[in-house]
Design a protein around this ligand. Structure first.
Ligand code: ADP
Ligand code: MG
Length: 352
């Protein structure tokens, strides 16, 4: 296993200075489970393939522990990678497919038998070990691919690129939970690419949020929820995402339209585009005319809570309200938990 360092790394597929990955410097800890989360096209696969050695970066280095592996191919980097679509040998049985990476490494027959049985039972393939892969459904084949990625104990890291895409929703849920447990058991450094926040948040110790070729935040699920480093993280994580409202800020007060709000902290010398960020979970409907006036446009009942879609002037404000909470006609204001308000200047979080 290895700590992974990305040093001054960037990548362009073309010669016209358009960067699919913008310059980044990061250290990813040995043995941790990372999710690489961001919308389609933001550069997740590019970054993963640079880490695995399938792609050579146009700038910078990749280090495993302290060794520069930038010019090494995938095999020499000693990593396992699981792709979006299954990669299995159709003519082999499930058992032979799982054993293949170990046979290649000349492990003993005893060890292979035990290890294959172990992995097969972890991902519930033990009943079909002697079936030929040919003829199995796409999701079972993808499970075999996952198994092949997990079977070697001696890898530096295991990389997954949207591995549950072809898996049906129910099995997706099971596998997501199993992968988390497997990480805890196996202790490998794992990097899991996904555009699905639920997948990222259930799987990872740390989520790496990407937008437009840039890593905008690396944090625990709690940090991403409570302190989004960039307004993009606030929008992208949570459903609905964080409310972001243009404001004037001075000291510990924010002004929105003609209304003043208390902030939990004081801020000095702010410049640029200023906004407050408040999650719908920390906003409540109120009758108090000192609070911010709103118009309620729609109420969505989504089971264990309600989403109130409201607006103040041309700004949308979402409020999450408990299932049991009654909503009355005269609740024409919104109040925010001041300790949960974050301040953004040009989209980046500012510390008080
Ligand atoms: P993601 O995995 O987050 O969807 P990618 O890393 O695949 O994103 O792509 C990032 C950007 O690089 C996109 O704009 C994509 O069009 C571009 N890109 C990806 N692969 C290639 C390639 N082989 N040649 C040229 N452009 C590419
Ligand atoms: Mg991709």
């Amino acid at each position: 296993m290895a700590k992974i360092t990305l040093s001054n790394l960037a990548h362009s597929y073309t010669s016209d200075n358009e960067y699919a990955l913008k310059t980044m410097n990061h250290v990813w800890n040995d043995g941790e489970a990372y999710a690489l989360l961001g919308p389609s096209g933001c550069g997740k696969t590019t970054l993963l393939n640079i880490i695995s050695g399938l792609l050579a970066p146009s700038q910078g280095q990749v280090l495993f522990d302290d060794q520069d592996v930038t010019t090494q191919d995938t095999a020499h980097r000693n990593i396992a990678q699981v792709f979006q679509f299954p990669v299995v040998y159709d003519t082999m049985t499930v058992r032979e497919n799982l054993a293949f990476p170990l046979k290649n490494r000349k492990m003993s027959a005893n060890y292979i038998e035990k290890r294959v049985a172990d992995i097969a039972s972890m991902i519930s393939l033990n009943d079909i070990l002697d079936k030929k892969a040919n003829g199995l459904t796409a999701d079972i084949k993808q499970k075999i691919s996952l198994g092949r990625g997990l079977v070697r104990e001696d890898v530096n890291a295991i990389l997954f690129d949207e591995p549950l895409t072809v898996i049906d929703p129910q099995m997706k849920w099971e596998l997501r939970t199993e992968l988390k447990a497997l990480h805890q058991r196996l202790g490998h450094t794992m990097i899991y690419v996904t555009h699905d926040q639920t997948e990222a948040l259930t799987f990872a110790d740390k989520v790496v949020v990407m937008s437009d070729g840039e890593v905008v935040q690396i944090g625990t699920p709690t940090e991403l929820f409570e302190k989004p480093a960039h307004t993009f993280v606030g929008f992208f994580i949570g459903s609905p995402g964080m409310n972001v409202l243009g404001a004037e800020i001075s000291g510990n007060k924010a002004r929105i339209g003609g209304h003043e709000l208390d902030l939990g902290h004081g801020y000095q010398n702010l410049s640029g585009k200023l906004e407050i960020g408040i999650r719908p979970e920390f906003a409540s409907l109120s009758r108090n005319p000192d609070d911010l006036p709103i118009t309620i446009n729609r109420i969505e009942d989504v089971g264990h809570y309600k989403i109130v879609r409201a607006s103040h002037q041309d700004m949308d404000i979402n409020i999450i309200s408990d299932e049991g909470a009654e909503i009355f006609e005269d609740m024409k204001f919104v109040s925010f938990d001041s300790s949960k308000i974050n301040i953004y200047a040009d989209d980046w979080l500012v510390e008080p």
